[in-house]
Write a protein that binds this ligand. Structure first.
Ligand SMILES: Cc1ncc(COP(=O)(O)O)c(C=O)c1O
Length: 401
């Protein structure tokens, strides 16, 4: 095949590792294998009934059968502004909102609208696997700032300052974090925000797990804590995680009006409006109460404690207590290099393959998040599956010699 058949830019994109693991697990399940999947980052609950009903009604309304404004239904943008005030205390105008095809699309639009070739984006690792690709695609350079369990996977200002150069344009910030489950306390959030202001940096803050925090950990929005950031802050969010709506594909970005206008123009040539039925469902979600997420949070909290305890009981595995989102991020370093049923894995990428093949359990290797030695395990799956899945891993690893 000629080298230039596919563009170099797009040809260099790797498949989303989390979706790949999920697809492999689902294919094995479809082939009759009793696979337990810790791969997917999606709630196992159905979308709440009132949201589904709003979508059914929307299907029947011919207004929704037509194109609508590329940047989002005005009612939804207004409701997002109200919801943002309610949940984060941040005052914004509907003109500062762009409704996107899921939070992932908001990440893409943001970096397309923000970066010029050569711009650097500070990217604390472990990072969500989808951040580096759109940064690179838009000509920017992700500058990875590694953290580990010793700092609770939270980046420090000293680390950020050491990585900052004259080319640094933005910081990617996420709390609660995918993949680590870390939640930054408000004083650290504020200090990072003030540091960004001091150096004229943009902050792109991904707040999609805002409602999923546990014990005494609480979400705080960098945009609210540091109002001076207003002109250089992009808030990413969506309905996927809070309302169990991963398949509906509605997210949004909030930012200064000029950036939102630029991103809306981009979207007007790429996707046009997000499907109206999904937008109407999202409207019912954000305009409603937070009862459903409270119920889901209670279930996730229970599972979080179970997975945390069970993982730490496995020799060679250590796991910090997840503080938010629905991910445990254990280290498997104590197992690497040992022989398990004729396989000697030297990386978590290899180990994840062995665990899938021999124990029928899907986990996402840390390599996908810039953190070799670790793996991500979503605990948004049923309690019984969760227990059985970790037991299977424990039984397999017990055979390591
Ligand atoms: C940190 C983070 N941001 C954004 C998203 C985007 O979610 P979606 O595109 O399903 O709205 C995800 C999904 O996994 C995520 O983990």
């Amino acid at each position: 095949m000629p080298a230039d058949r596919i563009s170099r830019r797009v040809g260099a994109i790797t498949e989303s590792a989390t979706l790949a693991v999920d697809a492999r697990a689902k294919a094995l399940q479809a082939a009759g294998e009793p696979v337990i999947g810790f791969g997917a980052g999606e709630p196992d609950f159905p979308t709440p009934a009132h949201i589904v009903e709003a979508a059914v009604a929307a299907c029947r309304d011919p207004r929704n059968h037509r194109y609508s404004p590329a940047g989002g239904l005005p009612e939804l943008k207004e409701a997002i502004a109200v919801k943002t005030r309610r949940d984060s205390g941040l005052e914004i105008l509907p003109g500062q909102v762009l409704v996107t095809n899921g939070g992932k699309h908001a990440v893409y639009n943001t970096f397309e609208a923000l970066l010029n070739p050569g711009d650097e984006v500070l990217l604390p690792a472990p990072y969500w696997t989808t951040y580096p690709e759109p940064i690179t695609l838009s000509g920017g350079t992700p500058v990875v700032v590694s953290t580990d369990a010793s700092s609770g996977f939270r980046v420090t200002i000293d680390q950020l300052e050491a990585a900052r150069t004259p080319a640094t344009k933005a910081l990617m910030f996420v709390s609660p974090s995918n993949p680590t489950g870390a939640v930054y306390p408000p004083d650290e959030v504020a200090a990072i925000g003030r540091w960004a202001v001091e150096h004229d940096l943009w902050v792109v803050t991904d707040e999609i797990y805002e409602h999923l925090t546990y014990a005494n950990h609480q979400f705080s929005s960098i945009a609210t804590l540091v109002p001076e950031l207003a002109d250089r802050c992009v808030v990413l969010n969506g309905v996927a995680k809070t309302y169990a709506m991963t398949g509906w594909r509605v997210g949004w970005m909030i930012g200064p009006a000029d950036l939102i206008l630029a991103a809306t123009n981009l979207q007007s040539h790429c996707t046009s409006n997000v499907a109206n039925v999904s937008q109407r469902a999202a409207l019912a979600a954000v305009a409603g109460d937070l009862e459903a997420v409270a119920m889901m949070r209670a279930a996730f909290d229970r599972r979080r404690q179970t997975i945390h305890r069970m993982l730490n009981e496995i020799p060679g595995v250590t796991c910090l207590e997840p503080e938010g989102a629905f991910y445990a991020f254990p280290s498997f370093e104590g197992v690497l290099g040992r022989e398990i049923k004729g396989h000697r894995s030297t990386s978590t990428a290899e180990l994840a393959g062995v665990i899938l093949d021999l124990a029928n359990v899907a986990i996402v290797p840390g390599e996908a998040f810039g953190a070799p030695g670790y793996a991500r395990m979503s605990f948004a799956l049923g309690d019984d599956d969760l227990v059985e899945g970790v037991e299977r891993i424990a039984d397999l690893l017990a055979q390591a010699s």
